[in-house]
Write a protein that binds this ligand. Structure first.
Ligand SMILES: Cc1cc2nc3c(=O)[nH]c(=O)nc-3n(C[C@H](O)[C@H](O)[C@H](O)COP(=O)(O)OP(=O)(O)OC[C@H]3O[C@@H](n4cnc5c(N)ncnc54)[C@H](O)[C@@H]3O)c2cc1C
Length: 309
């Protein structure tokens, strides 16, 4: 660990060592990251990437709302953009946000500017960066529908820019190279009525509160919907509603949500998810695909094993 920090380039932002990832994820689980880097701006990030040895693993994170970080923690450097890189502005009907901005802040910003088309962002608890990577969406709209162009850097610090088509954005999926770190996105909105926009956002917030568990530690939808079906229905049909492993439980309210009831380990949550997948398959259902990203080291008594999916 000490060796790692001495190998990292001088930056203007902060390096934090051994910070528990449980403090940076919605599930509230995850062991320590070797180092967490919070760049102050794009130049700081590109300088870091250009001067950080290629053998050091890098992981960008946003709000950690789609991450299950394993109990052994994360090797290398986690890059956290939510501290400084969250500026939002607009020019006409184009809203441009740095990728550390929360989706909900972008929705509120657009609303104040009298711009419509971005209301769905109010219900997604992630950042613009996580939204681009996951092609997050709700209520019939996705990031690929609103994004005109995304900017960022590759692992070597070279600038990249791409449209949704160029990134092959599809349902909860993007073909953008895994080493790209997005730093900003320009999103197309339309002139709208401020009151109507606010009403729509309120409806979305209310409807989510009715359908999803509130005030709990979760990663949102665990599995992507299978072709032509709904993951929650398959899980319900397989009898998994309320199923528990330790302090991890399938939500009674929305059974595609796994919940940390307090003190769950990442291992319990992952085991629960795999148990659900196996039961759905055994009951004649589809092989569900994890939508939640599982990353980091499995904690074992003798050694830590690195896995990432
Ligand atoms: C209660 C709840 C409700 C949810 N509802 C929805 C929903 O309605 N629709 C939906 O689509 N999702 C939903 N989600 C899942 C989640 O909010 C989205 O996937 C969101 O886009 C993740 O953003 P994030 O910033 O939290 O990303 P993180 O969870 O931090 O990271 C997710 C992935 O994105 C990558 N990433 C993050 N930032 C960057 C960046 N700047 N550059 C490159 N890669 C990056 C990470 O490396 C990781 O692979 C929900 C989650 C919760 C907890």
């Amino acid at each position: 660990m000490t060796d790692l920090i001495t190998r990292l380039p001088k930056v203007r932002g902060d390096y934090a060592m051994k910070d528990a990832m449980s403090a940076h994820t919605w599930f509230g689980v995850g062991g320590p990251a070797d180092v967490i880097f919070s760049p102050v701006d794009e130049d700081d990030l590109s300088h870091f990437l250009a001067h950080c040895d290629a053998d050091i693993p890098i992981l960008p994170i946003g709000a950690g709302s789609n991450l299950l970080v394993r109990d052994g923690g994360v090797s290398g450097v986690v890059i956290k953009l939510t501290d400084h890189m969250k500026h939002i502005h607009h020019d006409g009907t184009v809203v441009t946000a740095q990728t550390g901005a929360l989706d909900a802040e972008v929705a509120r910003y657009a609303s104040k500017a009298g711009l419509t088309g971005l209301e769905f962002l109010i219900g997604i608890p992630g950042t613009v960066g996580g939204g681009l990577r996951m092609n997050a969406g709700a209520y019939g709209s996705e990031f690929k529908d609103i994004t005109m162009i995304a900017h960022g850097f590759d692992r070597a610090g070279n600038p990249i820019s791409a449209t949704p088509t160029e990134m092959g954005m599809a349902y909860r999926h993007s073909d953008a190279p895994a080493d790209w770190i997005f730093t900003s996105a320009s999103m197309q909105a339309r002139p709208g009525d401020h009151a109507a926009i606010r009403t729509r956002m309120k409806e979305i917030v209310t409807s989510r509160g009715d359908a999803q568990p509130r005030g709990v530690r979760t990663g949102g939808s665990t599995f992507a919907n299978p072709d032509g079906g709904k993951a929650w229905q398959e899980i319900d049909r397989a009898g998994c509603r309320g199923l528990a492993v330790g302090a991890a439980q399938v939500s009674e309210k929305h059974c595609n949500f796994l919940i940390n009831n307090g003190g769950a380990t990442a291992e319990e949550i992952e085991t629960l998810g795999e148990t659900v997948r196996a039961r759905v398959l055994a009951s004649g259902g589809p092989d569900l695909r994890w939508e939640i990203r599982r990353i980091g080291r499995v904690l074992t008594t003798s050694k830590q094993q690195e896995t990432s999916q």
